[in-house]
Ligand binder design. Structure first.
Ligand code: NAD
Ligand code: MG
Length: 390
């Protein structure tokens, strides 16, 4: 039996992971399941899967969790320290599927323990890429990509020499607004931004897909994970979401990874790696599909991509600042305090303010510095929102 833990178990990736575990419960021994506010779902899954411990990130929900798991034998805990403590429990495979920078610390702890971290939480690499990779290396830990594009690249690279890689192309569906005229985008609502044409995901990443902030984070994730230079990474808009990524080699060959848009493929690949095992995903019928379309992204429509390129060039702590400002701007958009296009404007203003402050972004890439600049970036988003409202 393999010991596994799932961080962010109640979310879209967490539930897809649990779907795979539920199909073969005899093979897994569940150590920890964690969640934010969805106590009911967390308790239900922890009870059914007989987890050792269930953890909520919110200390004020501990009593609710304890009540929901009464008599189950599942240990309960709450708060940030409890999350890190759960990450330190020995496990063979850990899914990192918390949304946002909150996934960084538990993920780092898993790596410190020398474990295998299946990384859906792209923010971990965006905020602290070099630190995360160094921690993995120093502790003989393994990092496996779960983001569909990065899993696709990882699979296309099996048996290949990185030195022969010329470029990596990640695809983007274009999100909810790909066919909208630019002039309408300023008035896009939260509801409109929260529906994705192809993928069924959490609300935050769905809105990030509409704004291309998701692809922006993925550009940085690609650079960090595969160690390529920014000018080797391209984005292609591909409305069907069938080709997830392509790798171009120095002989001109291009390996594309295809599959139905179902995250259980990337999750299952990481779960069974280095083997391939049967997965309950729809089989492709290209004849029925008829055609696959590709086009270059329009940077005027998607300023997030331009900002991500600047962040990749800038390095240092700018990835974490970019992510934190994006997270806070997204909170403000979801709260209907700013418009859809203002998210990118505000993120850019925060990046500029960090440059003007001098030195902050060039501080060493330590966890403390990442957390400090993350906090500052969020505060500055709030300042700008208040200024603009006033
Ligand atoms: P989601 O919003 O559906 O779920 C997030 C999970 O994290 C939930 O269990 C929630 O309770 C928990 N959580 C939220 N805030 C927390 C906090 N502050 N501390 C601890 N736990 C917290 O998100 P999702 O769509 O499953 O995405 C999870 C991660 O995977 C994100 O980093 C996302 O970018 C990435 N990802 C998701 C998909 C997808 O198909 N959903 C695809 C690729 C990558
Ligand atoms: Mg992705």
């Amino acid at each position: 039996m393999r010991k596994i833990s799932i961080f962010g178990a109640t979310g879209s990736i967490g539930q897809n992971t649990i779907d795979l575990i539920d199909r073969d419960p005899a093979s897994y021994n569940v150590v920890a399941l964690t969640a934010g506010a969805n106590i009911e779902k967390l308790a239900e899954d922890a009870r059914r899967l007989n987890a050792d411990v269930a953890v909520t990130a919110y200390e004020n929900r501990l009593d609710d969790l304890r009540a929901a798991l009464a008599g189950s034998g599942v240990e309960v805990a709450a708060g940030q320290n409890a999350l890190t403590e759960a990450a330190a429990r020995p496990a063979d495979w850990v899914m990192s599927a918390i949304v946002g920078a909150a996934g960084l610390e538990p993920g780092l702890e898993v790596l410190r323990q020398g474990g295998t971290l299946a990384l859906a939480n792209k923010e971990t690499l965006v905020c602290a890429g070099a630190l995360v990779l160094e921690t993995a290396k120093a502790n003989n830990a393994r990092l496996l990509p779960v983001d569909s594009e990065h899993s696709a690249v990882f699979q296309a690279l099996v048996g290949e020499d990185m030195a022969a890689v010329e470029r990596i192309i990640i695809t983007a569906s274009g999100g909810a607004f790909r066919d909208w005229p630019l002039s309408k985008l300023a008035h896009a609502t939260v509801e409109q931004a929260s529906s994705h044409p192809n993928w069924d995901m959490g609300q935050r990443i769905t809105i990030d897909s509409a704004s291309m902030f998701n692809k922006a984070l993925e550009l940085i994730e690609t650079k960090e994970f595969f160690g390529v230079s920014p000018n080797q990474i391209e984005v292609l808009v591909h409305p069907e979401s069938i080709v997830h990524a392509l790798v171009g080699f120095q002989d001109g060959a291009v390996m594309a990874h295809m599959g139905a848009p179902d995250m259980r493929h990337a999750i299952g690949y990481a779960l069974h790696w280095p083997d391939r095992k049967g997965l309950p995903v729809e089989r492709l019928d290209l004849g029925k599909l008829g055609q696959l379309r590709f086009s270059e992204p329009n940077e005027a429509r998607y300023p997030a991509l331009r900002l991500a390129r600047a962040v990749m060039e800038r390095g240092g702590l700018s990835g974490g600042v970019f992510n934190a400002a994006k997270e806070r701007a997204l909170d403000r958009f979801v709260a209907r305090e700013i418009g859809f296009l203002q998210m990118a404007e505000i993120v850019e203003a925060v990046l500029d303010r960090f440059e003007a402050a001098g030195g902050l972004i060039d501080a060493p890439l330590t966890l403390d510095n990442v957390l400090h600049t993350d906090h500052l970036a969020r505060t500055w988003v709030d300042d700008i929102v208040i200024q603009r409202a006033g």
